[in-house]
Design a protein around this ligand. Structure first.
Ligand code: NAD
Length: 477
């Protein structure tokens, strides 16, 4: 409590939080059309500021305009359109049937807004991962405080302006800042926290939420493997993996983190992968730094981390078979493929989250499955194969938040699929109806008739007849 008092004194957003708390009660009673209105307003603002979004993410890490459109603006608009189209159905109370015990009653699930939510975003898709969950929060009827990442400062400032200038603060409000501000926000008794970021910070968020028994959605990271089975079309697999890995410069939570490959296919696959990289980022006429389609590592901290991953790998005897050079002044690292890594290498233990792709060899599908199961459950798992038995075996014997067969990353954008991890890669699900449910309290309501009820007939004092009734009910439940 003393902590909370200190937060109240130091931070202006506490006042906003209090007004949102008051407003949330009123918002709970508002018709669905009001939420649709807010969603349309958000869509208009995002559409009108498409160019500013492009400029902000370019300033932050030289993200190409087309990728900004596709992976920031388009994704948010598509999430909004999907919500507008289906919200009435999602929000409709759902009647549920009973059994003989509930004769004469009716039951339903009603979706009520959780109240005031906190949405904390990372830097890697700084618009998409801030506004995407906001769409679900609005659809479910909540007020929310949004905390963009301080690492992508241009986008953070833009998000603050777009939201705070266009929405009432007691409904939606952006608070900028880093660790200190986020930890202060986490002291407030929010009704739900939706956090996207690294696993270590996810634990901090969950511990803070526990103080207020606030529910959490944790969209975390980790190492997402891609198994390229010996039956796979290697050219097709390499093209898809090259795109999924190096889009956004490898800074995608569901990018293939490492490849698992049968040794007999290594030479051919590596050759196809190099061809695919050269097709995406052709350096025969220009240097890599002149190629506009290749983003940069977001910060010096991440640049140094990635550079030392390459250095450590080389020192431990691994082989860089493509790329490997880095340019600190530009935070530019070549698309890099590394093979023959010792198992204790940090490239195989830590999430890479950058433009380096380690390749691990496996002897059999069983040993590949054992390897994956020896690590934390991944956010995504990719299988490249023509063999449906192999697909089924891998899916059945491993656990991951999402999986994609013969492609990668695309599962994120399928609006009818839940998105999220499992254990270390996350808790809870996002997107579409799953996001709506995440931000809703599924209130269980049972309506009883007035007068004689089957329940009343079992009230004490108990006797043989009542015992027989219970015995009969036990048979038919
Ligand atoms: P991060 O965990 O460092 O930061 C995320 C947010 O938490 C930021 O807003 C930051 O200000 C805040 N934060 C950082 N340290 C904090 C602390 N000590 N206390 C309280 N708040 C703190 O993550 P990041 O570097 O921005 O993003 C990269 C990570 O996010 C990767 O691990 C990636 O896999 C993961 N990620 C997951 C998803 C997903 O949907 N599952 C999507 C994108 C990124």
């Amino acid at each position: 409590m003393a902590d909370l008092e200190a937060v109240k004194v130091s931070y202006g957003f506490v006042e906003v939080f209090s007004t949102q708390k008051r407003r949330a009660v009123e918002m709970r009673q508002r018709p669905i059309r009001d939420r649709i209105y807010t969603l349309k307003r958000l869509r208009l603002i995002v559409e009108q500021h498409k160019d500013e979004i492009r400029r902000a993410v370019y300033s932050d890490f030289k993200k190409p305009a087309l990728e900004a459109d596709l992976s920031e603006t388009y994704v948010v608009i598509s999430e909004i359109n999907h919500a507008i189209k289906h919200l009435k159905r999602w929000a409709r109370p759902k009647s549920v049937s009973g059994n003989v015990t509930y004769f004469g009653t009716s039951s339903m699930v009603r979706y009520e807004p959780k109240g005031v939510c906190l949405i904390i975003a990372p830097w890697n898709y700084p618009v998409n991962l801030l506004l995407g969950p906001t769409v679900s929060a609005i659809a479910a009827g909540n007020a929310a405080i949004l905390k963009p990442s301080e690492v992508t400062s241009h986008t953070s400032t833009l998000m603050k302006r777009l939201i705070n200038d266009n929405f009432p603060a007691d409904e939606l409000y952006v608070v900028e800042g880093g660790v200190e501000q986020t930890q202060a926000l986490l002291k407030l008794p929010f009704d739900h926290i939706f956090f996207t970021g690294g696993t270590a910070v996810g634990k901090i968020v969950m511990k803070a939420a526990a103080e207020n028994l606030t529910s959490v959605t944790l969209e975390l990271g980790g190492k997402s493997p891609a198994i390229v089975d010996s039956s796979a079309n290697l050219k097709d697999s390499a093209e898809k993996i090259a795109w999924g890995k190096w889009v956004n410069n490898g800074q995608t939570c569901i990018a293939p983190d490492y490849i698992m490959l049968h040794p007999s296919k290594k030479a051919e696959f590596v050759s196809e992968l190099k061809t695919a990289i050269n097709k995406l980022y052709p350096t025969d006429q220009r240097s890599l730094s002149e190629i506009k389609d290749y983003s940069r590592v977001v910060s010096d901290r991440h640049f140094n981390r990635l550079e030392s991953m390459i250095k450590n790998a080389v020192e431990s005897g691994a082989d860089v078979v493509h790329g490997g050079k880095s340019y600190a002044e530009e935070r530019l690292i070549e698309p890099t493929i590394i093979i023959n890594l010792p198992e204790q290498s940090d490239l195989l233990s830590d999430e890479v989250f950058g433009p380096i792709l380690p390749i691990v060899e496996y002897e059999s599908i069983e040993s590949a499955i054992d390897y994956i199961n020896s690590k934390d459950k991944p956010l995504s798992l990719y299988v490249f194969t023509k063999n449906s038995d192999v697909t089924e075996e891998i899916l059945a014997k491993t656990s991951s938040g999402t999986a994609c067969i013969n492609d990668c990353v695309l599962q994120f954008m399928q609006p009818n699929l839940p998105f999220g991890g499992v254990n270390h890669s996350g808790i809870g699900k996002a997107h579409g109806e799953f996001g709506f449910i995440e931000f809703s309290n599924q209130k269980a309501i049972l309506k009883q008739r007035v007068g004689l009820t089957s329940a009343k007939s079992l009230y004490p004092p108990y006797n043989n007849v009542k015992q027989k009734m219970v015995d009969f009910m036990m048979k038919y439940i």
